[in-house]
Design a protein around this ligand. Structure first.
Ligand code: TYD
Length: 201
């Protein structure tokens, strides 16, 4: 398998960000060039849009459009050039997050997201998506002890349940691309699972 475009997904508090440095090191140790990036964000304009997205209240469809505006910039300026020169791209979130948050949790029609996905991505899809999955109570518990919450992190348990279900459904619909990682375990065990997956690349 030649997986080059890798995305990390999961609810807020699932712990995915904790694993990013170790994944980068594991890939670099094999002599690979790794571009580590995130969404929303990843470019100067994308980071400005991220500030708006994370802190301003807006209509869910406005949110969706801005996510894809940032994504267009990210794909054109970061993802495609990196893949073209043979680098691995590791993105902390990508379009599955739009299906989980804006569609699953906020009710934006999947058909509208599909249109934007087709427009902005064409054939580009991640080769591998690691979904860090935890029960909603665990995610909420972790968030309550973390830094000041952003707009998304202040939502209700019901909101997080919809996100989790949407992610798990995406994983079921795309079994070749997704690996679901049980992140409700001690860190070293979760990392072992991640390492095993990375070793197969
Ligand atoms: P997150 O990736 O969790 O970063 P941090 O660890 O710094 O909080 O924050 C990004 C937030 O944006 C997260 O709550 C999910 C949300 N989001 C969407 O709602 N839709 C999207 O398409 C993307 C990429 C992110």
């Amino acid at each position: 398998m030649t997986a080059k475009f890798i995305t990390l997904e999961g609810m807020d508090g699932a712990g995915k960000s904790t694993h990013i440095p170790t994944i980068i090191e594991a890939l670099k140790a094999r002599g690979l060039e790794v571009v580590s990036t995130r969404e929303p964000g990843g470019t100067a304009l994308g980071e400005r849009l991220r500030e708006l997205l994370l802190h301003e209240t807006m209509h869910p469809e406005t949110e969706t459009l801005l996510m894809f505006a940032a994504r267009r910039e990210h794909i054109a300026n970061v993802i495609v050039p990196a893949l073209a020169r043979g680098a691995y791209v590791l993105s902390d979130r990508f379009t599955d997050a739009t299906y989980a948050y804006q569609c699953g949790a906020k009710g934006v029609l999947a058909s509208k997201i599909e249109l934007l996905e087709q427009w902005v991505q064409g054939d580009l899809q991640p080769d591998l998506t690691l979904l860090f999955d935890v029960p909603v109570e665990v995610s909420l518990q972790r968030l309550s002890t973390a830094r000041a919450p952003d707009k998304f992190e202040r939502e209700s348990a019901d909101f997080f349940t919809r996100i989790r279900n949407a992610y798990l459904q995406r994983a079921r619909e795309n079994p070749a691309r997704f690996r679901v990682i049980d992140a409700n375990r001690p860190l070293d065990e979760v990392y072992k699972s991640v390492e095993d997956i990375i070793a197969t690349l």
